[in-house]
Design a protein. Structure first.
Length: 132
């Protein structure tokens, strides 16, 4: 399999996979696993206000703080994918898959706050393919 980039939000996943396939008549089952490279283009803003009130209960701002940070980072990970399909005829096939991704969380600081992106997760999908 060749590397296939795909994107979701501002993350890009690239993979080189090892796939094992098993077929029986019109049914097929695939197992794939391999590394992932998560390129994260991120931007975060932080703002905080300290408020006080006087004897009358009127509120006023005593101090404001703000900060912003951004960057691009790379986090390595791995995936495992299982798919099953059915060749309906010479032209049409149906396929369903489930995939688990593992990657270290991405963390960074912005002002007095900390951001955290959980890059692991599960996904599932279906496809219909027409070949000619």
């Amino acid at each position: 399999s060749t590397p296939k980039p795909s994107s979701a939000a501002s993350d890009v996943y690239k993979r080189q996979a090892l796939t094992l396939s098993y077929g029986l008549k019109n049914f097929f089952l695939d197992f794939g696993f391999g590394p992932t490279v998560n390129v994260i283009d991120w931007k975060s803003n932080y703002s905080e206000s300290l408020r006080g009130s006087n004897e009358k209960g009127e509120s006023n701002i005593l101090e404001n703080w703000s900060d912003q940070s951004s960057g691009e980072d790379v986090v390595l990970g791995a995936f495992l994918q299982v798919s099953a399909g059915l060749n309906i005829n010479n032209n049409w096939s149906l396929k369903a898959f489930t995939r688990k991704d593992w990657a270290k969380d991405f963390e960074n600081e912005v002002g007095a706050s900390r951001i955290n992106f959980d890059l692991g997760g599960m996904s599932a999908g279906m496809s219909a393919t027409f070949s000619f």
